[in-house]
Design a protein around this ligand. Structure first.
Ligand code: B16
Ligand code: MG
Length: 214
């Protein structure tokens, strides 16, 4: 089970740039902590985290927040138009090919409503005919719903699955679903992951087998 942004492609950088523009517009200072806090969170939760960082959540009505979230998505969609297969992160295609050769089932478990469009842009539909539809779940990451739904769609029990994510909220979601978690990124930040790699090109079956929790 694959998270999308930060694992398959680097569109996390686009998300972060888009939110930064909104934060600037609202006069809210950007920080590394804020960036980490919103990584992998859905759109409204991300906006709430940005407003909370400046104690401003109460100053905005639901309609105003929806307008800001839509504005962020418009900025993001413009960046997305340029996305193409060269945006796939290092080692991912080789890993997907290896998993396919070994008969593993694969699915996208992303918090992003833009996931189907991104998979088409990256030309990865053949690997990922299955993408969790966010309309079918109640709570986004860090709740277990996205990964639990992914297991259901694969017709597998959670303990037969492995989830890969670059965000702490994603790792929490995988763990809460009873699935073995692989974090890709800073091991101090992703310390709740069962297995950790710093970069996507370290994602290989051999490395995973070697790091498998005893
Ligand atoms: P959208 P992932 C997440 O995708 C991103 O990491 C996060 O930054 C973004 O806010 C969220 O999707 C929602 O995205 O605004 O496109 O619906 O990492 O779960 O693949
Ligand atoms: Mg991610």
């Amino acid at each position: 089970m694959f998270d999308l942004n930060g694992i398959i492609t680097d569109s996390w950088a686009y998300h972060s740039q888009s939110w930064r523009q909104i934060a600037d517009q609202l006069g809210i200072e950007w920080s590394a902590e804020l960036e980490e806090a919103i990584k992998g969170r859905d759109r409204i939760d991300s906006l709430d985290a940005i407003l909370d960082s400046a104690g401003k959540r109460g100053q905005y009505t639901r309609q105003q927040k929806e307008a800001l979230a839509n504005q962020k998505n418009d900025i993001y969609q413009t960046m997305l138009d340029k996305m193409n297969p060269s945006d796939i992160l290092p080692g991912i295609l080789a890993f997907l090919d290896d998993l396919t050769r070994h008969g593993y089932k694969m699915i996208i478990a992303s918090a992003s409503a833009n996931a189907p469009k991104e998979i088409r842009k990256l030309k990865l539909e053949n690997y990922f005919p299955l993408i969790v539809d966010l309309k079918t779940i109640k709570h986004n990451k860090p709740a277990p719903d996205v990964f639990a739904k992914a297991a259901e769609m694969l017709h597998l029990p959670p303990e037969a699955c492995v989830g890969i994510d670059d965000g702490i909220v994603g790792i929490k979601s995988i763990n809460a679903a009873g699935i073995v978690s692989i974090g890709v990124g800073d091991p101090q930040i992703l310390h709740e992951a069962a297995i950790n790699f710093e970069r996507t090109d370290q994602l290989t079956l051999a490395n995973i087998r070697q790091a498998w929790p005893k």
